[in-house]
Design a protein around this ligand. Structure first.
Ligand SMILES: [Zn+2]
Length: 243
């Protein structure tokens, strides 16, 4: 594992967006490993993968987060309309990337809301789990992250200059060029096989009799998950409906 000269070493606390997916769990674990106190925030935005919030709660406890807020912004689904298939209900979810998987301004909204919370907590660091392979999602790119950091600074510039507010730093693993499989290995190193209980699937189903949730195994997110686990050289212990 390559050690990154991360810009987050100087911080002791972070607000971290926590979806319950492989990337956000691994990212939070990475922060924990570096000794940061975690303030986790998850969003219920009307996503089809509602199982991820249940998973987020479980992992929040496991990672001993200082606080975990689950914020209901399901009104977003109304505003999003038919722009994407992750909050819509009709379209089938493809196995390969399609722009219909991009939820408009999702990380802009999430990071802005997380930054509001960070401001009230007086924590100057906000983190989300975008990694170096997320290049097809514009709001996962480091150029976006740096620009948003500037916008947030300008939003509070007077308060920052007066010393009333702290300047916020936004960070993602993509900014240190960490890949999904590298992140996964960090998560695995600390969490072991529990990492396979993270939730990636855009669809997912829970067996009503056994209460066991299974990944579909064929949506784009499941495909990325399988590839990252394979690339990391780990045995995939995820339960898939079809592999
Ligand atoms: Zn799936």
């Amino acid at each position: 594992m390559k050690e990154k000269s991360s810009s987050i070493h100087n911080f002791s606390e972070a607000v971290c967006i926590f979806s319950g997916g492989l990337d956000s769990i691994s990212t939070a674990t990475y922060l924990k490993k570096m000794g940061l106190e975690l303030y986790l925030i998850s969003f219920d935005y009307g996503q089809r993968a509602s199982n991820e919030l249940f998973v987020a709660k479980r992992f929040s406890k496991l990672l001993k987060s200082k606080k975990h807020e689950i914020i209901n912004i399901s009104f977003l689904k109304t505003l999003l309309g038919k722009t994407n298939i992750l909050t819509g209900s009709k379209s089938k979810i493809p196995s390969t990337f399609d722009y219909s998987m991009v939820v408009p301004l999702r990380n802009t909204v999430f990071l802005t809301l997380a930054s509001v919370w960070a401001t009230s907590l007086n924590i100057p660091l906000v983190i989300y789990g975008a990694h170096s392979g997320d290049t097809r999602y514009p709001d996962c790119r480091p150029s976006f992250t740096r620009s948003l950091e500037k916008v947030l600074y300008l939003s509070e510039i007077d308060g920052i200059k007066l010393g009333i507010r702290k300047k916020l730093h936004i960070w993602s693993p993509a900014m240190d060029n960490l890949s999904k499989s590298e992140l996964l290995l960090i998560g695995y190193e600390i969490l072991g096989d529990k990492i396979f209980q993270s939730w990636s699937c855009y669809l997912g189903s829970t067996d009503k009799k056994t209460n066991i949730s299974k990944h579909c195994g064929i949506c784009e997110s499941c495909m990325n998950r399988k590839q990252a686990i394979l690339k990391a050289g780990l045995e995939d212990k995820t339960i898939y409906v079809s592999y």
